[in-house]
Design a protein around this ligand. Structure first.
Ligand SMILES: [Zn+2]
Length: 163
């Protein structure tokens, strides 16, 4: 009597679980655990409003980096520069000033030999040196304060040990 009552109760709950409302309920539970990603397997009723809700979020998220990119490209540091910089550092992996002093230091900065000062022509029509952060921030800054134009290029050549 007691056992049968238990079995009935158990059977009843199984039926509920495999039925329409039971499935939807379990889908909800999973969605709550896993977040937005699970929404795709939910019934269409649930899918449409979830897309409607997430689309403005995505648009907002896309807008923010685009504005940041506009600011960086205004300075000349756009995608083209990123590609150039990466390729340059791949070909020039060591800091050239350190190398001239007999030190092996990775180059992390693709430095414009002549300061471009946001001039787009000088930004691309320049020569470049792979530098470590220390040499970019101190050695090169010191040279830029002291020299310009051809004198600066000669100072750079000396720093690279190419005189
Ligand atoms: Zn260095």
């Amino acid at each position: 009597m007691h056992r049968r009552a238990y079995a009935q109760e158990h059977g009843a709950s199984e039926t509920r679980a495999s039925g329409g409302s039971g499935w939807r309920y379990s889908a909800h539970a999973t969605a709550r655990q896993a977040g937005d990603g699970i929404m795709a397997i939910e019934p269409k009723q649930h899918r449409r409003p979830s897309i409607g809700k997430s689309t403005p979020h995505k648009r907002t998220a896309r807008h923010a980096p685009r504005e940041t990119r506009a600011n960086s490209s205004a300075r000349g540091y756009d995608h083209r520069w990123e590609k150039f910089r990466a390729a340059f550092l791949e070909r020039n992996p060591l800091c050239e000033y350190c190398l001239a002093r007999g030190r092996v230091e990775p180059a992390t900065i693709c430095d414009h030999d002549l300061p471009h000062e946001h001039d787009p022509h000088l930004f691309w029509n320049n020569t470049f040196t792979g530098l470590c952060k220390f040499d970019h921030d101190s050695t090169k800054q010191r040279m830029e304060r002291r020299y310009s134009g051809g004198d600066l290029l000669r100072a750079i050549a000396r720093a690279k040990g190419k005189t």
